[in-house]
Design a protein around this ligand. Structure first.
Ligand code: NI
Length: 226
């Protein structure tokens, strides 16, 4: 399941993020990769605990917390502090890999990566290549979306970032431990939630929407691990 969150970062937040990125110092990105991923990873990242990353993390986390589509799709329990990467020049790609299952937060707490998220920060017209390619049972999905958009995809998938052959691709990436570990269960809840919202928009509240809302919450009660 691949979910698009359009304009997760609005124009104002995007401008704030770009102002921070303009003066940020990038370092080699291989430090945060496991042994397999390190052999195919060739990009740059911000030092995760540096001042630029801290400022940018606050912008992204604030946007996530205000976004009902993100909440419905991810049902987040823990969010790994967002990281930031840059593809361009000689450091321009990240080959096929699967993200590590367990990450360690700032205070050593474990965060299981159920969902991977990328937030695009560069205008797609400003670079060639750089597609995020996610292996799906229906074939590869190629993702290159406007700045501010986010993509959520199961952390279990093999994925890569194609070489950037012109310009620079900057993005935020991070992982989410969901209250609902199973992708299939999350999908059922998300579809139900979206359908309920549309039903309400079209017909207002009814006995049926009350019943279905109850079913949604009772499924979440069965499946959620808080
Ligand atoms: Ni990855």
């Amino acid at each position: 399941m691949l979910i698009r969150i359009p304009a997760l970062l609005d124009a104002e937040r995007l401008a704030q993020a770009r102002a921070v990125l303009a003066t940020a110092t990038w370092e080699d990105g291989s430090g945060s990769a496991g042994p397999q991923a390190r052999t195919v990873k060739n990009n740059q990242q911000l030092a995760p605990r540096g001042p630029a990353a801290r400022e940018l993390q606050a912008i992204v986390l604030d946007a996530l917390q205000r976004n009902p589509l993100f909440f419905s799709a991810a049902l987040p329990k823990k969010i790994f502090p967002p990281m930031f990467n840059r593809y361009g020049g000689d450091a321009n790609h990240y080959g096929d890999h699967v993200d590590g299952a367990v990450r360690y937060g700032d205070h050593g707490e474990r965060i299981r990566g159920d969902i991977s998220c990328t937030v695009f920060l560069a205008d797609p017209a400003g670079y060639d290549g750089g597609e995020l390619v996610i292996a799906d049972t229906l074939g590869d999905r190629r993702v290159k979306w406007p700045a501010g958009d986010a993509v959520l995809y199961p952390a279990t998938t093999v994925h890569r970032v194609e070489p950037v052959t012109r310009g620079v691709r900057v993005a935020s990436f991070f992982w989410i431990e969901s209250m609902v570990r199973s992708t299939e269960q999350r999908r059922l809840l998300f579809d139900t939630d979206l359908a309920l919202m549309r039903l309400r928009e079209r017909h207002g509240e009814s006995d049926e929407t009350v019943t279905l809302t109850g079913t949604y919450h009772n499924l979440l009660r069965l499946w959620a691990d808080t």
